[in-house]
Design a protein around this ligand. Sequence first.
Ligand code: GTP
Ligand code: MG
Length: 425
Amino acid sequence: MIDRVVVHVSSGNGGNGIVSGRHEKYVPRGGPDGGNGGNGGDVLIIAERNMSSLARYHERRRFVAGNGGNGSGGKKHGTRGRDITVTVPVGTEIWEEGSDGRMLADLDKDGESVVVASGGRGGRGNPAFVSSTNQYPLLSEQGEAGASLEVRLELKILADVGLIGAPNAGKSSLLAAISRARPKIAGYPFTTLEPGLGVVEHKGGSFVVADVPGLVEGAHQGVGLGDDFLRHIERTRLLVHVVDGSIDDPVAEHRKIDRELLMFDPKLGQRPQIVALNKIDLEEVGARAEVLAEALGVGGERVVPISALTGQGVSVLLDEMLEALDRLSEAEAPNVEVENRSSRPPVLRPRPVDEAITIRKSKGTFIVEMPSVARIAAMVDADNWDAKLQFYAYMRKTGVVQALEAAGVVTGSTVRIDKMEWEWV
Ligand SMILES: Nc1nc2c(ncn2[C@@H]2O[C@H](COP(=O)(O)OP(=O)(O)OP(=O)(O)O)[C@@H](O)[C@H]2O)c(=O)[nH]1
Ligand SMILES: [Mg+2]
């Protein structure tokens, strides 16, 4: 089973750099002092081993990081935008949504992360434009826009908990009681033909439970529905053995099934197990529940009397399941990993592309497409002749003027960069 969800992520815009500290005779040490804009926040996705499904993202699908603050005078830089971290289970693949979307990352280690949307860089303030020929720049840079994209998260779900038990014991009823799964439930054996999964959310934790067809004597040799589905529970970490309290000898039945497991795979026989003594809502079961629980627990297993039908005892069972899984996670986590948590795997960051100058001609207007220059154009004070002259010099330095001339710009042509439009002289 694959859990799949598409989320929308947006990184923050960079703040603007500003022009400040103009050269005026009465300002002491009045050099350029416009602050840089702060970088926009990133959206990161990080793998976390205590998560087991993407269930929460079926409800919350938009993740927007914060914008960087604008710079201000006195070389005060803008604040950095707030990052947003999306946690996913270990094993989640991150894809760019769309027909030709590529895989951005395969987060298969705890703590591994990827930046799916980098925050826009903050624009530089005017001190960055100081050169030997220009001591008092009137240019600054607009913050880079953040990125917006749709990202598909995909997780192959492995169940944490396997529900086992004899046919008709109430395994599917229990799955229905604790998750949103809606398996077929009926009063005859072998109602369940295929394993089904449900995601359980309980007290802030979440885990995946697999419901499998009932087990009978000889199952390990293919009796009943065969042993195919047993493979599904081989990879679970915890078993919940559902025992029907209303049959003649629940204790013998429980033992019989444990033996089957052991014969199918000795490792399954050693898997931690919680016994759910089911159907205690029935009078005859309720009356002997205590005696049965004691007999079922002689091997040291936890026994929780429940009714999958009325919900009685189910929350106690969930507490026990969550606790057992937490204990297992602790035991499974190798010590080195804990020690190394501060030196997490490196953050994967998509490489920025190199920039080219593109000149487009539309209805007689020459349109310059070059983001780095456009960001400066966006900040030019159109009423300030000196600033415009400086911008022209900057365009010459970056090769824009040459590119425009090569494209056929002549005196009188209209040129546009970003919002700025003027007549070529
Ligand atoms: N009274 C009572 N009946 C229950 C309870 N849990 C399940 N049942 C009934 O027991 C029957 C079998 O339930 P299922 O949930 O289909 O049992 P199962 O273990 O999934 O059965 P298979 O899929 O055939 O192995 C149904 O008639 C249920 O309504 C319970 O707590 N109390
Ligand atoms: Mg069933």
